[in-house]
Design a protein around this ligand. Structure first.
Ligand SMILES: C[S@@+](CC[C@H](N)C(=O)[O-])C[C@H]1O[C@@H](n2cnc3c(N)ncnc32)[C@H](O)[C@@H]1O
Length: 206
């Protein structure tokens, strides 16, 4: 938890308390419904919360923006981002209902007002958003294909509307088709923990 405070000193007391509460909530829920690998729950802050916040290094969403998280599972990256951007509206979608229930329970417990949830395949979601975010769900080409229908034409942020996703490992192959438009950030340049050495944030305008 100190980690989050160190990297993001601008967070206020309310936000810090919300992040702090995630540990007990996810530990409890994860023992009933697996949303984080059981061995990894002790790494909740570096591997899940801080990783999700890697998206802020690509984009500081303007107040009033709307963002959909495709394949959110138990709420990543959507819930850490919704705490970080309280004036941005997040819509978290997953095709597994019991995972959505975990996200809903966590959001309710910490009093998050800027998130909505839907149990459906992202292919079925027709609402429009400024951005789509995602972590560990599907190859970039599939994400681009599915997200395109959900991205608004009118732009209100510093970058044109599009997809921002968290990716790890060898990306050359996945990113090849989008090389001209995509922007990639190395999270190892922002967070010093070993875990981030191979982690990237990829933005594709849509
Ligand atoms: C490996 S988990 C990652 C969950 C979360 N994003 C995280 O990083 O902790 C992948 C999730 O994507 C969801 N998923 C896969 N394909 C999907 C689709 N087409 N529409 C909605 N959810 C999908 C799965 O149900 C699963 O919860």
């Amino acid at each position: 938890m100190e980690l989050i405070k160190t990297y993001f000193p601008e967070l206020n007391e309310k936000q810090l308390a919300q992040y702090e509460a995630l540990y007990d909530l996810y530990t409890d829920w994860n023992s009933k419904i697996n949303v984080i690998s059981r061995k990894d729950i002790e790494n909740l802050y570096p591997h899940h919360v801080l990783h999700s916040l890697g998206i802020t290094k690509m984009m500081k969403f303007k107040d009033g923006s709307t963002v959909m998280d495709i394949g959110t599972g138990g709420g990543f990256p959507g819930i850490p981002l919704a705490i970080f951007f309280p004036e941005v509206q997040f819509h978290l979608v997953d095709s597994i209902g019991k995972k959505i229930k975990v996200g809903q329970a966590v959001a309710e417990a910490i009093g998050l007002k800027n998130v909505t949830f839907r149990h459906c395949r992202a292919e079925e979601e027709k609402q429009l958003f400024d951005f789509v975010v995602s972590r560990a769900v599907m190859p970039l080409a599939d994400l681009v294909k599915i997200s395109r229908k959900n991205v608004k034409k009118e732009q209100q942020n510093a970058l044109p509307n599009g997809l921002i996703c968290l990716k790890g490992g060898e990306l050359q192959h996945e990113i090849h088709a989008f090389q001209k438009q995509a922007i990639t950030i190395e999270l190892g340049d922002h967070f010093k923990e070993e875990f981030f050495k191979t982690k990237k944030v990829v933005y594709v305008p849509l």
